[in-house]
Write a protein that binds this ligand. Structure first.
Ligand code: ATP
Length: 236
């Protein structure tokens, strides 16, 4: 079976800064994989290489067997990304934003609205379909970013710190939503600072520190062993 993500000796340098220093990882299809690490560990850079936003300096990176640079379009089409930053078109109602994205990815106009409505319902903000992104609450914005990632029916959903700074209730709601997505077959790569989040959700966790993989294990093993080599923020 081809892995969802297969990374070997991945490197990324930004000038003098080494953001990824020989990362090797395999994320099995269907799994819920956590990437933990302190600020500056390289988590976002890792994601940006996968989605083609930054060029790697060395090594190989494949998504469902497609090289992220050599076979960019095929690799990118497998991925839905809910980024940390709210880089959303603010002038259109959210349903239209989703329709535009669906159209851009080749979904015919006759199906785009249906697809947009489906994902808005899936994440629980269908009643806000005619609202602009800026007018959504913080929690709805998070949900919308997930809806936007899902509109192209990706095999791999990448969530970059989806629960950073949200209240406890919303965090639990988002956990339920992404667990359901994983149970329905979507492979998930989640980055987080919260070890208890990784423990609750993930099958397997990699800890990244200063651009290197410090450990890959089940969340239970991680808790048993402790995380003394790095500082991971604990928050409730
Ligand atoms: P956080 O948890 O704070 O989001 P992170 O684990 O996602 O951090 P990255 O954002 O990937 O870490 O950053 C890894 C390193 O690369 C850091 O030292 C950062 O300052 C540096 N870096 C990231 N992007 C750039 C860039 N465009 N130019 C120069 N350095 C960068």
């Amino acid at each position: 079976m081809v892995a969802a993500i297969e990374i070997d000796d991945l490197r990324k340098e930004y000038g003098d800064v080494t953001a990824l220093d020989g990362v090797s990882l395999t994320v099995p299809e269907g799994s819920f994989f956590g990437l933990l690490g302190p600020n500056g560990a390289g988590k976002t850079t890792f994601i940006n290489v996968l989605v083609g936003l930054v060029r790697k300096s060395g090594g190989t990176a494949r998504v469902f067997g497609h090289g992220v640079e050599a076979d960019y379009r095929a690799a990118r089409d497998c991925i839905g990304l809910a980024p940390q930053e709210f880089n959303v078109d603010r002038f259109f109602p959210i349903r239209e934003v989703l329709e535009h994205k669906a159209g851009y990815h080749g979904i015919p106009a006759s199906e785009a609205r249906e697809r947009a409505d489906e994902v808005l319902k899936q994440v629980g903000i269908y009643e806000k379909r005619d609202t602009r992104f800026d007018w959504l609450s913080g929690g709805m914005k998070r949900r919308f970013l997930i809806a936007r990632a899902l509109v192209t029916e990706p095999d791999l959903l990448i969530l970059d710190e989806p629960t950073a700074g949200v209240d406890v209730q919303l965090r639990h709601d988002l956990w339920e939503l992404i667990t359901d997505l994983n149970e329905s077959g979507t492979t998930i790569l989640l980055t987080t600072h919260y070890i208890e989040e990784a423990e609750r959700l993930c099958d397997e966790v990699a800890i990244l520190d200063s651009g290197e993989v410090v450990t890959v294990s089940s969340p239970d093993e991680l808790m048993d062993r402790g995380t003394d080599r790095i500082t991971v923020t604990f928050r409730n």
